[in-house]
Design a protein around this ligand. Sequence first.
Ligand code: ADP
Ligand code: ZN
Ligand code: ZN
Length: 747
Amino acid sequence: MQTTQTYANVIVDISLEKLDKTFQYLVPQGLIGKVAVGTQVDVPFGKRTLTGYVVELTDEPEIEPERIKPIAKLTEGSVPIESQLIALAAWMKKNYGSTMNQALKTVIPVHRTARQALKKTIALAVSEEKAREKLALFESKHYTAKARIMLALIESGEIDHGVATRELGMTAAALRKMEQDGLISIAARQDYRNPAQHLARGGPLKKLNENQQRIVDEVAADWDAGRRGTYLLHGVTGSGKTEVYMELIARVIESGRQAIVLIPEIALTYQTVARFYNRFGERVSIMNSRLSAGERYDQFLRAKSGDIDIMIGPRSALFTPFDRLGLIVVDEEHETSYKSGQAPRYHAREVAIERARMCGASVVLGSATPSVDSYYQARLGNYKLLELSERVENRPMPECEVVDMRRELREGNRSILSTRLQELIDERLARGEQAMLFLNRRGIAGFVSCRSCGYVIKCPHCDVSMGQHGGGRMICHYCGYEERQPRVCPKCGSKYLGGFNAGTQKVEQIVQERFPNAHTMRMDADTTRAKSSYENILQAFSNHEADILIGTQMIVKGHDFPNVTLVGVLAADMSLHVGDFHAAERTFQLLTQATGRAGRGESPGQAVIQTYSPDHFAVLAAKAQDYGAFYEREIAYRKLMSYPPVFHMLVVHCMGKSQDSVREASRYVANWLKKKISESAARVMLIGPADASIARVNDVHRRLVYMKAADYGTLVWLKDGLERDRRENNRFLNVMIQFDFNPASGF
Ligand code: ADP
Ligand code: ZN
Ligand code: ZN
């Protein structure tokens, strides 16, 4: 398979618009072996010599070989950070399947030539004393947004106009009014803004407890001895993981290196970021989807120029151009949002580990419910396992009860709230404490189940739940099998058969009827559509503007509510019945994270899990807060079924407007792969072609072929072969082929 890679594709301008444009050069004899992807080279360009980056090495000339000019020489001087990022892009292209251009666009910050926007800032126009008076006034009148602005100004002197409108919930008009009233002044000037700048600083540092300290010492000892690696920090909810991250970051920074902290976008709240800002001040910046492309680019420039040492953000923050990177933290490492949905379909955890390897950094993965993938790696000894098994300050883990909803029905309670949960809510209301009700709606709702015995109607061919559709029909999303919905339960004959379709709105209504004196608040996709409302709802609930917060999985993470002492999980089963081999894992994670929200303050917490499957191991393990028990059962199942992480999986998606072409292409792909596998005697299982679970989206038809193999490299080799065959033979040009290694969800 050794090829002589004689030609180098070079980009001479690294701004985004030009990434597509590569020029081909010959690698001269003397440079063979010295030129790699990412290497900076000087090349002849017309009459000039330009500096560029090698993005691809190939043995396929794009024009007549005689006309291809040689690379002049390697560029002298230090290796720029772009070289490393381009090499990382090449690794991603290889390991996940995409074009080099797609990979480069993922790792190289978007450059925008548009002029810099003016930065508008707000400052107090009155004395602090006066401001505090106003703050008290606004609070008493429940002008919550105005109060937030005053508080932020008192604490930090100056805040960003954009932050005030986007995150603190003020409109520009209302701010102008405050300016007219002489309370604030608004000024405009031009610079690279730091989105974290408005956050308050101060407050004492927390002294780590013994367990936290032991972990910091262990990692620090490795660091000092020059050992780099990947750590998995398994710490129960509320065990103080964030404090551990911050202490490790502080040490890495003291030694002159930089750090990246990945956090799922949804957990990237004011509260979390403020903790980092409180500790590291101006050296921190954040990246999130609310920043404009220009603002994001500014953050990258600041990182490159050494203005900051710490970048906090979702998946994309991984590509911050730090050239002295020492540590990458991946918080909530089990989150599926770390997997990209577009080519290259990379997993941020894996790319973090590769980037760290390239530059001699360490990686800390943290979670209360580690992914089965990571825990498996830890068991194999590839990651070092660190454990925090107790909450800080001896706070107890929440006491957790499972309520069997089938039994509720038998006892005559047809409400969505069990008797026990109602009782406990009454108790909280009487004590002035808060409760959260979590409606598990992950995955496809609308399967058909029996509320009397818990039976779920499944496809006779595929063993996945049938989906409920209009006109009393049920359809299997794997094979298309269709059936009329029966009138009574096929198992027990009960008439309580139906789709579980209650949304958060319905739940809120039921709660209000049952607890007329309680204030409720709702958080779901509807109430958080506006960019700032997510943060506003959390903030309001944290100020005790409501007693009960009702929401979807959004409420599960990212915020500490010390006054919440009860968490109720409604319909825990929902996610057990999605047709995906991760179903039990996702359910266990959601339940553990949800119940873990209770009792994070001084008062102990309680949790109630309502379910129709009280005996399912994921439910039982979540109740017992026993990760080990869950893992043992789950890994046995993965082994038995040859699923990841024990085996690797590669899904080949074929997509196109023409159903016939997609069918034909998927058949061709499957046959090509079969032939390749049998010729090479590679140990690969091949399944398909079959329709994707959602076989048609916006008139694009989707079919897939998937493979399982013990060796990842074999799958990469098959992917490469398929790509080459397609390139050389120009097959099925109206069908798009995409690769997904170890998919994070159903397909
Ligand atoms: P996790 O990320 O593991 O859920 P956090 O780091 O958010 O836990 O810590 C939970 C709470 O405990 C936070 O309010 C945090 O400020 C507090 N905390 C963490 N470590 C300590 C400590 N050593 N002493 C006192 N409080 C702590
Ligand atoms: Zn039944
Ligand atoms: Zn089926």
